[in-house]
Ligand binder design. Structure first.
Ligand code: HEC
Ligand code: HEC
Length: 325
Protein backbone atom coordinates (compact mmCIF):
# COMPACT_ATOMS: atom_id res chain seq x y z
CA UNK A 1 0.00 0.00 0.00
CA UNK A 2 2.76 2.33 1.02
CA UNK A 3 4.64 1.40 -2.13
CA UNK A 4 1.66 2.18 -4.30
CA UNK A 5 1.01 5.51 -2.69
CA UNK A 6 4.64 6.49 -3.03
CA UNK A 7 4.47 5.51 -6.69
CA UNK A 8 1.40 7.67 -7.02
CA UNK A 9 3.25 10.44 -5.25
CA UNK A 10 6.15 10.07 -7.65
CA UNK A 11 3.77 10.08 -10.59
CA UNK A 12 2.05 13.18 -9.33
CA UNK A 13 5.36 14.84 -8.63
CA UNK A 14 6.58 13.87 -12.08
CA UNK A 15 3.41 15.33 -13.54
CA UNK A 16 3.84 18.51 -11.61
CA UNK A 17 7.46 18.73 -12.56
CA UNK A 18 6.77 18.17 -16.24
CA UNK A 19 4.01 20.78 -16.17
CA UNK A 20 6.44 23.12 -14.42
CA UNK A 21 9.10 22.45 -17.04
CA UNK A 22 6.65 23.09 -19.88
CA UNK A 23 5.62 26.41 -18.41
CA UNK A 24 9.21 27.47 -17.85
CA UNK A 25 10.19 26.37 -21.36
CA UNK A 26 7.44 28.38 -23.05
CA UNK A 27 8.13 31.45 -20.90
CA UNK A 28 11.83 31.48 -21.71
CA UNK A 29 11.51 30.68 -25.42
CA UNK A 30 11.30 34.28 -26.53
CA UNK A 31 14.64 35.80 -27.53
CA UNK A 32 15.81 37.86 -24.54
CA UNK A 33 17.71 40.30 -26.75
CA UNK A 34 14.45 41.52 -28.30
CA UNK A 35 12.70 41.88 -24.92
CA UNK A 36 15.32 43.35 -22.56
CA UNK A 37 14.27 43.61 -18.92
CA UNK A 38 16.01 45.98 -16.51
CA UNK A 39 17.71 44.22 -13.61
CA UNK A 40 15.92 44.99 -10.34
CA UNK A 41 18.56 47.37 -9.03
CA UNK A 42 19.62 49.68 -11.87
CA UNK A 43 17.88 52.81 -10.69
CA UNK A 44 20.84 55.02 -9.94
CA UNK A 45 19.79 58.40 -8.60
CA UNK A 46 22.01 60.94 -10.31
CA UNK A 47 22.50 64.49 -9.16
CA UNK A 48 20.82 67.11 -11.30
CA UNK A 49 23.90 68.77 -12.77
CA UNK A 50 22.07 71.79 -14.14
CA UNK A 51 21.13 72.35 -17.76
CA UNK A 52 22.08 69.61 -20.21
CA UNK A 53 22.52 69.75 -23.99
CA UNK A 54 22.52 67.49 -27.04
CA UNK A 55 24.24 68.14 -30.40
CA UNK A 56 22.63 70.58 -32.85
CA UNK A 57 19.97 71.75 -30.44
CA UNK A 58 19.57 75.28 -29.14
CA UNK A 59 17.52 74.27 -26.11
CA UNK A 60 18.59 72.85 -22.75
CA UNK A 61 16.84 70.77 -20.09
CA UNK A 62 17.58 69.57 -16.59
CA UNK A 63 17.90 65.88 -15.77
CA UNK A 64 14.57 66.04 -13.94
CA UNK A 65 12.89 67.29 -17.12
CA UNK A 66 14.02 64.38 -19.26
CA UNK A 67 13.63 61.66 -16.64
CA UNK A 68 10.17 62.53 -15.29
CA UNK A 69 7.55 60.74 -17.35
CA UNK A 70 4.72 62.88 -15.91
CA UNK A 71 6.32 66.19 -17.04
CA UNK A 72 6.04 67.77 -20.51
CA UNK A 73 8.60 66.05 -22.73
CA UNK A 74 12.01 67.46 -23.65
CA UNK A 75 11.54 68.72 -27.22
CA UNK A 76 15.18 69.01 -28.35
CA UNK A 77 14.45 69.71 -32.02
CA UNK A 78 11.14 71.61 -32.26
CA UNK A 79 11.86 72.50 -35.90
CA UNK A 80 11.64 68.90 -37.10
CA UNK A 81 7.95 68.21 -36.38
CA UNK A 82 4.58 70.02 -36.45
CA UNK A 83 3.08 71.48 -33.26
CA UNK A 84 2.19 68.62 -30.90
CA UNK A 85 -1.30 68.15 -29.46
CA UNK A 86 -1.36 68.10 -25.64
CA UNK A 87 -1.72 64.33 -25.43
CA UNK A 88 1.61 63.91 -27.26
CA UNK A 89 3.46 66.74 -25.48
CA UNK A 90 2.10 66.70 -21.91
CA UNK A 91 -0.22 63.74 -21.65
CA UNK A 92 -2.87 63.83 -18.97
CA UNK A 93 -0.98 62.67 -15.86
CA UNK A 94 -1.33 60.72 -13.70
CA UNK A 95 -3.63 58.58 -15.90
CA UNK A 96 -2.01 59.11 -19.30
CA UNK A 97 1.66 59.91 -19.89
CA UNK A 98 2.60 61.85 -22.99
CA UNK A 99 2.88 59.63 -26.06
CA UNK A 100 5.96 61.65 -27.03
CA UNK A 101 7.88 60.65 -23.90
CA UNK A 102 8.35 57.13 -25.21
CA UNK A 103 7.71 57.57 -28.94
CA UNK A 104 9.48 61.00 -29.10
CA UNK A 105 7.95 64.11 -30.69
CA UNK A 106 8.94 62.80 -34.14
CA UNK A 107 7.36 59.39 -33.54
CA UNK A 108 10.79 57.87 -34.34
CA UNK A 109 10.46 55.81 -31.16
CA UNK A 110 13.22 53.77 -29.54
CA UNK A 111 14.09 50.06 -29.69
CA UNK A 112 12.14 49.30 -26.51
CA UNK A 113 8.94 50.82 -27.91
CA UNK A 114 7.95 51.49 -31.55
CA UNK A 115 8.40 54.00 -34.34
CA UNK A 116 4.89 55.31 -34.96
CA UNK A 117 5.49 58.19 -37.41
CA UNK A 118 3.53 57.93 -40.64
CA UNK A 119 1.36 55.00 -39.53
CA UNK A 120 -2.10 54.89 -41.15
CA UNK A 121 -4.69 56.41 -38.79
CA UNK A 122 -7.00 53.37 -39.02
CA UNK A 123 -4.18 50.96 -38.23
CA UNK A 124 -2.99 53.16 -35.34
CA UNK A 125 -6.44 53.25 -33.74
CA UNK A 126 -6.94 49.53 -34.22
CA UNK A 127 -3.68 48.83 -32.37
CA UNK A 128 -4.75 51.06 -29.47
CA UNK A 129 -7.86 48.90 -29.23
CA UNK A 130 -5.75 45.76 -29.41
CA UNK A 131 -3.58 46.93 -26.46
CA UNK A 132 -6.72 47.91 -24.57
CA UNK A 133 -8.41 44.55 -25.18
CA UNK A 134 -5.46 42.41 -24.10
CA UNK A 135 -4.60 41.44 -27.67
CA UNK A 136 -1.00 42.73 -27.49
CA UNK A 137 0.33 41.59 -24.10
CA UNK A 138 3.86 40.91 -25.43
CA UNK A 139 5.88 37.78 -24.62
CA UNK A 140 7.68 39.28 -21.63
CA UNK A 141 5.30 40.22 -18.80
CA UNK A 142 8.10 42.01 -16.90
CA UNK A 143 8.79 44.49 -19.72
CA UNK A 144 7.51 47.77 -18.25
CA UNK A 145 7.43 49.75 -21.55
CA UNK A 146 4.85 47.24 -22.84
CA UNK A 147 2.74 47.11 -19.67
CA UNK A 148 2.77 50.92 -19.52
CA UNK A 149 1.68 51.12 -23.17
CA UNK A 150 -1.24 48.82 -22.33
CA UNK A 151 -2.18 51.06 -19.39
CA UNK A 152 -2.03 54.15 -21.64
CA UNK A 153 -4.31 52.54 -24.23
CA UNK A 154 -6.80 51.74 -21.48
CA UNK A 155 -6.69 55.24 -19.95
CA UNK A 156 -6.64 57.41 -23.09
CA UNK A 157 -10.00 58.63 -24.38
CA UNK A 158 -11.07 58.00 -27.97
CA UNK A 159 -10.69 61.74 -28.65
CA UNK A 160 -7.09 61.71 -27.35
CA UNK A 161 -6.26 58.65 -29.44
CA UNK A 162 -7.76 60.37 -32.46
CA UNK A 163 -5.55 63.44 -31.92
CA UNK A 164 -2.42 61.35 -31.41
CA UNK A 165 -3.12 59.14 -34.45
CA UNK A 166 -3.77 62.16 -36.68
CA UNK A 167 -0.63 63.94 -35.45
CA UNK A 168 1.75 61.01 -35.91
CA UNK A 169 0.27 60.20 -39.34
CA UNK A 170 1.49 63.61 -40.56
CA UNK A 171 5.09 63.23 -39.33
CA UNK A 172 7.59 61.91 -41.85
CA UNK A 173 9.27 58.70 -40.63
CA UNK A 174 13.02 58.87 -40.01
CA UNK A 175 15.54 56.29 -38.86
CA UNK A 176 18.85 56.72 -37.06
CA UNK A 177 19.51 52.96 -36.94
CA UNK A 178 22.61 51.63 -38.68
CA UNK A 179 22.43 47.90 -39.39
CA UNK A 180 25.90 46.28 -39.30
CA UNK A 181 26.77 42.65 -40.06
CA UNK A 182 29.30 41.27 -37.60
CA UNK A 183 30.45 38.04 -36.00
CA UNK A 184 31.58 39.75 -32.83
CA UNK A 185 29.70 42.37 -30.79
CA UNK A 186 30.40 44.52 -27.74
CA UNK A 187 29.29 42.93 -24.48
CA UNK A 188 26.06 44.50 -23.25
CA UNK A 189 24.02 44.99 -20.13
CA UNK A 190 20.38 46.12 -19.87
CA UNK A 191 19.65 49.71 -18.81
CA UNK A 192 16.67 51.91 -19.63
CA UNK A 193 14.91 48.76 -20.97
CA UNK A 194 17.41 48.62 -23.81
CA UNK A 195 20.82 47.07 -24.40
CA UNK A 196 23.79 49.19 -23.43
CA UNK A 197 27.52 48.70 -24.03
CA UNK A 198 28.91 46.99 -20.88
CA UNK A 199 30.87 49.47 -18.73
CA UNK A 200 33.85 47.09 -18.56
CA UNK A 201 34.00 46.79 -22.35
CA UNK A 202 34.86 43.47 -24.01
CA UNK A 203 33.36 41.58 -26.92
CA UNK A 204 31.53 38.31 -27.46
CA UNK A 205 30.28 36.24 -30.43
CA UNK A 206 26.94 37.49 -31.83
CA UNK A 207 25.57 34.03 -32.67
CA UNK A 208 21.89 33.90 -33.69
CA UNK A 209 20.92 37.24 -32.21
CA UNK A 210 20.56 40.92 -33.03
CA UNK A 211 22.20 43.35 -30.66
CA UNK A 212 20.63 46.78 -31.05
CA UNK A 213 21.72 49.65 -28.84
CA UNK A 214 22.23 53.39 -28.70
CA UNK A 215 25.67 54.49 -29.93
CA UNK A 216 25.60 57.23 -27.32
CA UNK A 217 23.76 56.24 -24.15
CA UNK A 218 23.78 59.78 -22.78
CA UNK A 219 21.79 61.07 -25.75
CA UNK A 220 19.44 58.10 -25.38
CA UNK A 221 18.88 58.95 -21.71
CA UNK A 222 18.23 62.58 -22.62
CA UNK A 223 15.61 61.38 -25.13
CA UNK A 224 17.30 63.10 -28.04
CA UNK A 225 15.14 62.18 -31.04
CA UNK A 226 18.33 62.03 -33.17
CA UNK A 227 20.15 59.48 -30.98
CA UNK A 228 22.07 57.17 -33.32
CA UNK A 229 21.65 53.39 -32.90
CA UNK A 230 23.57 50.41 -34.16
CA UNK A 231 21.98 47.01 -34.73
CA UNK A 232 24.55 44.21 -35.12
CA UNK A 233 23.12 41.38 -37.21
CA UNK A 234 24.58 38.02 -38.31
CA UNK A 235 26.89 38.03 -41.35
CA UNK A 236 24.88 37.36 -44.53
CA UNK A 237 21.51 38.10 -42.90
CA UNK A 238 20.71 41.28 -44.86
CA UNK A 239 21.02 39.51 -48.23
CA UNK A 240 19.15 36.48 -46.94
CA UNK A 241 16.38 38.70 -45.58
CA UNK A 242 16.15 40.62 -48.87
CA UNK A 243 15.70 37.36 -50.78
CA UNK A 244 13.06 36.14 -48.37
CA UNK A 245 11.10 39.39 -48.44
CA UNK A 246 11.18 39.51 -52.27
CA UNK A 247 10.13 35.89 -52.85
CA UNK A 248 8.13 35.19 -49.68
CA UNK A 249 10.64 32.37 -49.11
CA UNK A 250 9.37 30.77 -52.33
CA UNK A 251 5.70 31.31 -51.41
CA UNK A 252 3.93 34.09 -53.33
CA UNK A 253 1.30 34.47 -50.59
CA UNK A 254 4.05 35.57 -48.22
CA UNK A 255 5.56 38.30 -50.40
CA UNK A 256 5.64 41.21 -48.01
CA UNK A 257 5.37 43.95 -50.67
CA UNK A 258 1.96 42.71 -51.85
CA UNK A 259 0.40 43.96 -48.61
CA UNK A 260 3.05 46.33 -47.16
CA UNK A 261 3.63 48.26 -50.39
CA UNK A 262 6.25 48.05 -53.15
CA UNK A 263 8.92 49.75 -51.03
CA UNK A 264 7.61 48.32 -47.77
CA UNK A 265 6.60 51.81 -46.72
CA UNK A 266 3.00 50.82 -46.03
CA UNK A 267 -0.04 50.53 -48.27
CA UNK A 268 -3.58 51.72 -47.44
CA UNK A 269 -4.14 50.61 -43.81
CA UNK A 270 -1.20 48.19 -43.70
CA UNK A 271 1.77 49.56 -41.71
CA UNK A 272 5.21 50.35 -43.06
CA UNK A 273 8.15 48.04 -42.30
CA UNK A 274 11.13 49.81 -43.90
CA UNK A 275 13.65 51.41 -41.55
CA UNK A 276 12.01 50.29 -38.33
CA UNK A 277 13.86 48.93 -35.32
CA UNK A 278 14.87 45.28 -35.89
CA UNK A 279 14.15 44.50 -32.20
CA UNK A 280 10.65 45.96 -32.49
CA UNK A 281 9.94 44.05 -35.72
CA UNK A 282 11.29 40.83 -34.18
CA UNK A 283 8.92 41.17 -31.20
CA UNK A 284 5.98 41.58 -33.58
CA UNK A 285 6.84 38.60 -35.80
CA UNK A 286 7.52 36.53 -32.72
CA UNK A 287 4.31 37.55 -30.91
CA UNK A 288 2.18 36.99 -34.02
CA UNK A 289 3.76 33.56 -34.60
CA UNK A 290 3.23 32.52 -30.97
CA UNK A 291 -0.40 33.67 -31.10
CA UNK A 292 0.08 36.40 -28.47
CA UNK A 293 -0.50 39.30 -30.85
CA UNK A 294 -4.01 39.08 -32.23
CA UNK A 295 -6.52 41.86 -32.81
CA UNK A 296 -6.75 44.17 -35.80
CA UNK A 297 -6.37 42.22 -39.00
CA UNK A 298 -3.39 40.27 -37.70
CA UNK A 299 -5.07 37.10 -39.01
CA UNK A 300 -3.65 38.15 -42.40
CA UNK A 301 -0.12 37.95 -40.98
CA UNK A 302 -0.50 34.61 -39.23
CA UNK A 303 -0.02 32.43 -42.36
CA UNK A 304 3.02 34.57 -43.28
CA UNK A 305 4.86 33.86 -40.01
CA UNK A 306 3.56 30.48 -38.93
CA UNK A 307 6.38 28.50 -40.57
CA UNK A 308 9.20 31.00 -40.11
CA UNK A 309 12.19 29.91 -38.04
CA UNK A 310 13.84 32.34 -35.63
CA UNK A 311 16.75 32.56 -38.11
CA UNK A 312 14.35 33.52 -40.94
CA UNK A 313 12.87 36.24 -38.75
CA UNK A 314 16.31 37.57 -37.77
CA UNK A 315 17.29 37.82 -41.46
CA UNK A 316 13.99 39.50 -42.40
CA UNK A 317 14.14 42.15 -39.67
CA UNK A 318 17.86 42.78 -40.31
CA UNK A 319 17.01 43.58 -43.94
CA UNK A 320 13.91 45.66 -43.11
CA UNK A 321 15.88 47.67 -40.53
CA UNK A 322 18.57 48.43 -43.14
CA UNK A 323 16.09 50.09 -45.55
CA UNK A 324 15.45 53.81 -45.55
CA UNK A 325 12.03 54.50 -44.01
C1 HEC B 1 5.94 54.06 -21.37
C2 HEC B 1 6.18 54.23 -22.77
C3 HEC B 1 5.01 54.45 -23.70
C4 HEC B 1 4.11 55.50 -23.68
C5 HEC B 1 4.00 56.63 -22.69
C6 HEC B 1 3.29 55.30 -24.85
N1 HEC B 1 3.68 54.19 -25.54
FE1 HEC B 1 2.91 53.51 -27.30
N2 HEC B 1 4.15 51.87 -27.26
C7 HEC B 1 5.04 51.62 -26.26
C8 HEC B 1 5.66 50.33 -26.50
C9 HEC B 1 6.68 49.66 -25.59
C10 HEC B 1 5.13 49.84 -27.71
C11 HEC B 1 5.53 48.57 -28.45
C12 HEC B 1 5.03 47.32 -27.84
C13 HEC B 1 5.66 46.10 -28.50
O1 HEC B 1 6.87 46.00 -28.51
O2 HEC B 1 4.91 45.27 -29.00
C14 HEC B 1 4.17 50.84 -28.16
C15 HEC B 1 3.45 50.73 -29.33
C16 HEC B 1 2.52 51.66 -29.75
C17 HEC B 1 1.73 51.54 -30.96
C18 HEC B 1 1.76 50.39 -31.96
C19 HEC B 1 2.64 50.70 -33.13
C20 HEC B 1 2.54 49.67 -34.25
O3 HEC B 1 3.22 49.83 -35.24
O4 HEC B 1 1.76 48.71 -34.14
C21 HEC B 1 0.93 52.65 -31.02
C22 HEC B 1 -0.05 52.99 -32.10
C23 HEC B 1 1.21 53.46 -29.84
N3 HEC B 1 2.19 52.84 -29.10
C24 HEC B 1 0.59 54.66 -29.54
C25 HEC B 1 0.77 55.38 -28.34
C26 HEC B 1 -0.02 56.54 -27.97
C27 HEC B 1 -1.13 57.15 -28.80
C28 HEC B 1 0.44 56.97 -26.76
C29 HEC B 1 -0.03 58.14 -25.91
C30 HEC B 1 -1.43 58.12 -25.53
C31 HEC B 1 1.52 56.05 -26.37
N4 HEC B 1 1.68 55.11 -27.36
C32 HEC B 1 2.25 56.15 -25.20
C33 HEC B 1 5.36 52.44 -25.18
C34 HEC B 1 4.71 53.62 -24.85
C1 HEC C 1 -1.66 39.19 -46.90
C2 HEC C 1 -1.15 40.49 -46.53
C3 HEC C 1 0.19 40.52 -45.81
C4 HEC C 1 1.38 39.94 -46.20
C5 HEC C 1 1.66 39.08 -47.42
C6 HEC C 1 2.35 40.35 -45.22
N1 HEC C 1 1.77 41.13 -44.24
FE1 HEC C 1 2.65 41.89 -42.56
N2 HEC C 1 0.90 42.69 -41.98
C7 HEC C 1 -0.27 42.65 -42.69
C8 HEC C 1 -1.32 43.35 -41.95
C9 HEC C 1 -2.75 43.54 -42.39
C10 HEC C 1 -0.72 43.81 -40.76
C11 HEC C 1 -1.39 44.56 -39.60
C12 HEC C 1 -1.88 43.51 -38.63
C13 HEC C 1 -2.73 44.02 -37.50
O1 HEC C 1 -3.78 44.64 -37.80
O2 HEC C 1 -2.38 43.76 -36.35
C14 HEC C 1 0.67 43.38 -40.81
C15 HEC C 1 1.60 43.62 -39.79
C16 HEC C 1 2.93 43.27 -39.86
C17 HEC C 1 3.91 43.58 -38.85
C18 HEC C 1 3.67 44.38 -37.57
C19 HEC C 1 3.88 45.84 -37.90
C20 HEC C 1 3.72 46.78 -36.76
O3 HEC C 1 3.65 48.00 -37.01
O4 HEC C 1 3.67 46.34 -35.62
C21 HEC C 1 5.10 43.10 -39.30
C22 HEC C 1 6.45 43.18 -38.58
C23 HEC C 1 4.87 42.48 -40.58
N3 HEC C 1 3.53 42.60 -40.90
C24 HEC C 1 5.86 41.88 -41.35
C25 HEC C 1 5.61 41.25 -42.57
C26 HEC C 1 6.64 40.61 -43.33
C27 HEC C 1 8.11 40.57 -42.95
C28 HEC C 1 6.04 40.07 -44.44
C29 HEC C 1 6.67 39.24 -45.54
C30 HEC C 1 7.51 38.12 -45.12
C31 HEC C 1 4.63 40.38 -44.35
N4 HEC C 1 4.42 41.12 -43.20
C32 HEC C 1 3.68 39.98 -45.26
C33 HEC C 1 -0.47 42.03 -43.90
C34 HEC C 1 0.45 41.26 -44.60
Amino acid sequence: MKKISSLVTIAILAGVISVGVTVIASASEHPDWAYPVNPASTAVVQADAGLQHVPNSAVAFTRKQFTTIADPIPDWHPEEHPAMPDIVFKGRPPQVFSCGYCHLPTGAGRPENASIAGLPVAYFKQQMLAFRNGERPGSEPKRAPQTTMIAMAKAATDAEIDEAATYFATVKPVSYIKVVESEVVPKTIVAGWTLKRAPDGGTEPLGHRIIEMPEDFERFERRDSRTPYVAYVPVGSIKRGAEFVATGGGDKLRQCAVCHGPELRGLADVPRLAGRSPSYLMRQLYDIRSGLRTGGVSALMKPVVVNLSDEDMIAIVAYLGSLSP
